[in-house]
Write a protein that binds this ligand. Structure first.
Ligand SMILES: *Cc1c(COP(=O)(O)O)cnc(C)c1O
Length: 364
């Protein structure tokens, strides 16, 4: 049987039908309907944040958050992420400046951050990659010193807390993705979390074509709205999220028991103070020590119908569309990790037997 890197969690069909029935009755399908408003409210509680604005996907949420922040010039970010992060910066007419990552949790190396700040820098866009929480206190200190905005790409960090505080409470804004492949999803969807109401008003204006009332167009906006069927899926999935995360934890514990302590295999350590959502299970393979390279492991798994993914390779700074267009400093740690990392299949319904089969193939 085929095992993909992920497998969307779903409510039962009955639960979803019950949730969407009122939509058929009201015929209010999108534009901040009842389901949208209810999901927004529930997420504000769940994510421990003051304000949530819901979007049709995570990418547009980030892109429009950067626009609403009114940034200029350069934005310091990580190249070790999904291409969306870099595209969102470039599509706002901003220049991404790539900072290396630290070799422990693969988030921004905060010791290398300050040297990249110039008078053109207006913001930092760090990524809580794999759900590993960025070094938020140090980022806040540096941002404060140079008066920079901080917008987190929290696409992987749904529901996580650091020292008891929701991850969405750090920085000026955080973006979550609710794509079908993420820990929590609305089929397609996303959100921006923030505290500044004025920013929120501008963000929601941009989300709705820049319209203020019916006749005044005050921003070069777009359409970023979440529809009612997506919101209904979110309401269903949110009911089961804690159980889903608990099941993911069991999968991760099994992987760790099987792959921990093997020479040439590096796993992410648990971060102190972080309540994890177990979004991904990244493994770094060192061929000299382990005997097999990352690419050899992918191939041997694929032969058995198991599809692990090279998240994240290539580095976004090496994307073909940016060749010769961005001046990129060396990011040696990110380069090394991108060349050797593999994320193994991980989802709530993955069984211990399946994890064992995957691990037997890897170590065998
Ligand atoms: C999934 C993802 C996005 C984009 O979210 P979508 O909802 O798919 O548009 C952005 N950044 C990261 C790191 C992601 O993993």
């Amino acid at each position: 049987m085929k095992i993909n890197v992920t497998h969307s969690s779903m409510p039962t069909l009955d639960e979803y039908i019950k949730e969407i029935k009122p939509i058929f009755e009201s015929r209010w399908l999108t534009n901040m309907g009842e389901k949208h408003n209810l999901l927004k409210e529930q997420l504000e509680t769940y994510l421990q944040t003051e304000h949530v604005s819901l979007f049709c996907n995570g990418h547009l949420a980030l892109e429009q958050a950067l626009q609403a922040m009114g940034l200029t010039g350069e934005v310091i970010t990580t190249p070790f992420t999904f291409i969306s992060t870099t595209h969102a910066i470039v599509r706002n007419g901003l220049t991404p400046v790539f900072c290396d990552i630290n070799p422990k949790d693969y988030t921004l190396d905060v010791t290398k951050l300050e040297s990249l700040i110039t008078e053109k820098t207006s913001a930092i866009v760090p990524v809580h990659v794999y759900g590993n929480v960025c070094h938020v206190n140090e980022i806040e200190r540096i941002a404060g010193k140079y008066k920079l905005k901080v917008i987190y790409d929290a696409a992987h960090a749904f529901g996580e807390t650091y020292k008891g505080k929701g991850v969405a409470t750090f920085g000026d804004a955080s973006m979550f993705s609710f794509h079908a492949t993420k820990v929590f999803h609305t089929i397609e969807g996303g959100a921006v979390c923030y505290t500044d109401r004025r920013f929120g008003k501008r963000l929601e204006t941009i989300r709705n074509f820049g319209l203020q009332g019916q006749e005044e167009i005050v921003e070069v906006g777009a359409n970023g709205k979440m529809n009612e069927f997506s919101a209904a899926m979110g309401l269903c999935n949110l009911r089961h999220i804690d159980e889903e995360i608990a099941k993911r934890k069991l999968v991760v514990q099994r992987y760790k028991a099987r792959l921990g302590g093997i020479k040439g295999i590096t796993l992410c350590e648990e971060q102190a103070g972080v309540k994890s959502n177990y979004a991904y299970f990244p493994v770094v393979f060192k061929k000299e020590a382990f005997g097999k390279s990352r690419d050899e492991v992918i191939a041997l798994l694929a032969q058995e119908g198991i599809f692990a993914r090279k998240y994240f390779y290539p580095l976004t700074s090496n994307a073909a569309c940016y060749k010769g267009k961005l001046k990129t400093a060396e990011t040696p740690v990110a380069k090394e990790i991108a060349e050797n990392i593999l994320t193994l299949p991980l989802y709530a319904d993955l069984t211990v037997e399946q994890v064992d089969r995957i691990c037997n193939l890897i170590t065998g």
